[in-house]
Ligand binder design. Sequence first.
Ligand SMILES: C[S@@+](CC[C@H](N)C(=O)[O-])C[C@H]1O[C@@H](n2cnc3c(N)ncnc32)[C@H](O)[C@@H]1O
Length: 222
Amino acid sequence: MQSKIEIIKTEDGSHSLYIPDMKETYHSTHGALRESEYVFIQNGLDLIPTDNEINILEVGFGTGLNTFLTFLESEKRALKIYYQTIEPYPLEENIFLELNYPEMISPDKSSIFYDFHKASFGEIKEINQDFIFKKHLQKLENLEMKPAILDLVYFDAFAPSKQPELWELGNFEKIYGWMKNEGVIVSYCASGQFKRNLKAAGFFVETLPGPPGKKEMTRGRK
Ligand SMILES: C[S@@+](CC[C@H](N)C(=O)[O-])C[C@H]1O[C@@H](n2cnc3c(N)ncnc32)[C@H](O)[C@@H]1O
């Protein structure tokens, strides 16, 4: 899919990627780092009870920014996390080595950022005793998972206008089945159709203020 990819700088100084053929970026151009911290960490991870291991699924590993931020949170707050992420189109090494996230966020943990990218697909990798990581070389549409295991889903696919098949009701019904009761799904997207699909799948849906430059974002709860 991603024939050509360009590294761009967003408004908070952090990098993102642009795919000219799709006319689509991996993050908000108003600040990739600010968007990921706000949408996925503050409005997602921060709501999950911490007494047990937190089981997370990310849809779209991409640059690894959400994974890296979640790992750093787990270190800071001593959270036990099992983090699964899916990515059918992994980035080439020459791209991920250029991303400025390690130097901007936590230079002393750069090697871990690269470990996420270099991890073999399908292998369960113990980053440390609290953070277990698994990448699936797969499309969401083909992913299978046991029922009622996930606490949190980061839904970070390309926009519905660019990849409509990822935002279809059937995917949210599947995800609903994989989630525990009280589980949370978060996305930067606030489209009406997305929210209607979440509701139809069974989620209780909230519209929240968006990250800088975006009016709204969405959170669903099982
Ligand atoms: C918005 S971008 C990624 C954002 C990523 N979380 C990050 O922080 O860089 C969407 C990602 O979804 C991936 N993707 C494309 N088709 C997919 C599919 N069918 N299932 C799962 N992921 C897909 C893309 O390759 C891309 O990496």
